[in-house]
Design a protein around this ligand. Structure first.
Ligand code: T4K
Length: 377
């Protein structure tokens, strides 16, 4: 009996050589320092900061906790303007901090917050902007900063997708008051679960490092209402073993992205991603928009691909304000974010990961091209 072939998922984790992880873990077994800022944790912080071209990086147990702590560190209050077109964690981190998400519209090219829409949502209660570098495409960071300066707002970037992305002036992670990364299994760089906050200076990093360790200053004093959001040595070992292979993994992603662009170019009413928005993209996702006039609907294409063992995903449908928990939010009004509504209706993220065989990309594209042909007869 032959077993069915493995589906082609939207993503597959990039794994370092197991022997490299084991070697690092042997040291952990010898030292018996398993967590609480152990040597692998410290080494990964240093190496990652250097790799990403930033100075002050704090590791976290996951991206959601990094987001929770980043918002807490800025002592925000009231309303925070954010994107409806994101993973639910973006808004959940606000709610956990007692902050009210106010949903603004997105730019249909970058999928990040549209500064004009942000401005229209500012009220006397607004304290910050929580923008998302969706799929790793840079937000309009200069204009968002000018707005923040004009209205005295803080800026936090949910850069969960933006590992190693450069914009016009170097690392995208240098913008705003704080940026957070996710190192979840599905991300460009993964530690199984993990995340980080990028701080602008040593003082802020120190505050963040305290917050993620229960608020401890020393054995007998707690300065703030902290939490446990530390990364363990096990996770740090995976990260350290993975880092040397990152440039090659991103180059493989690029080859996959370029194959999609080649095979799908020229299909009417199929909008392909514009990676040229970043000076150095990371090819984290392959979002296409199946426009309303396309010969097949987005959901029909999703089903068609699933029928051939290809598990594409609708990131991000439903929009965050469409989830039950946020439906009663005062700003949950689709009229305020029409581009986000359209993107959620049309988007399909096609499979992309470093070792996705190019012949599979060809097969996926052939199925899509076929769906674009008028029925015979
Ligand atoms: N902000 C943004 C903008 C985010 O996108 C995210 C997370 C966060 C914040 C929060 O960061 P973390 O707290 O997660 O660090 C996935 C991820 O769980 C989530 O991390 C990610 N965004 C989101 C966009 O995608 P699901 O529910 O779609 O994952 P799942 O389990 O369906 O996985 C997708 C595919 O990946 C599977 O079909 C197969 C493959 N896969 C997945 C896992 C977990 C594997 O091959 N191996 C694996 O271990 O949310």
């Amino acid at each position: 009996m032959t077993s069915a072939p493995e589906p082609i998922y939207v993503t597959r984790p990039h794994l370092p050589p197991l022997a490299d992880v084991v070697k690092l873990l042997e040291g952990v077994w010898d030292r018996r320092i398993l967590t609480n800022g152990g040597p692998l944790h410290q080494q990964l912080e240093t190496e990652l900061a250097a790799y990403l071209g930033v100075e002050h990086l704090s590791l976290f147990a996951n991206g959601t906790l990094a987001l929770l702590v980043a918002l807490k560190a800025l002592r925000l209050q009231g309303e925070v303007i954010t994107s409806p077109f994101s993973f639910i964690a973006t808004s959940e981190a606000l709610s956990w901090n007692g902050l009210e998400p106010v949903f603004a519209d997105i730019n249909p090219r970058s999928f990040g917050l549209d500064p004009r829409s942000i401005e229209s949502r500012i009220t006397p209660r607004t304290s910050a902007i929580l923008a998302v570098h969706c799929y790793g495409f840079p937000c309009d960071v200069e204009v968002i900063q000018r707005l923040a300066d004009d209205y005295n707002l803080r800026v936090i970037y949910d850069a969960a997708h933006a590992f190693a992305v450069d914009c016009h002036c170097g690392s995208l992670l240098q913008h705003g008051d704080l940026s957070i990364l996710s190192f979840h299994a599905t991300k460009v760089f993964n530690t199984f679960e993990g995340g980080a906050i990028i701080s602008p200076d040593a003082k802020t990093k120190k505050r963040i490092d305290r917050l993620k360790n229960f608020g401890f200053v020393d054995e007998v004093s707690v300065a703030v209402n902290g939490i446990n959001a530390k990364m363990s040595e096990l996770h740090a070992a995976v990260g350290l073993a993975q880092l040397p292979g990152m440039a090659a993994a991103i180059a493989q992603r690029r080859a996959v992205a370029e194959a999609y662009q080649r095979h799908l170019a020229g299909l009417d009413h199929l909008q392909l991603p514009d990676f040229s928005q970043a000076a150095q993209p990371n090819y984290a996702y392959l979002p296409v928009l199946v426009q309303d006039d396309a010969p097949i609907s987005r959901d029909a294409l999703l089903e068609l691909l699933r029928g051939h063992g290809i598990v594409a995903r609708r990131y991000f449908h439903p929009l965050i304000p469409e989830f039950q928990y946020y439906r009663s939010n005062a700003s949950a009004d689709p009229a305020c974010y029409p581009e986000a509504v359209r993107a959620a209706r049309q988007v399909l993220c096609l499979p992309i990961y470093p070792d996705l065989p190019l012949r599979e990309v060809e097969r996926i594209c052939a199925l899509i091209c076929q769906a674009w042909q008028p029925p015979a007869g």
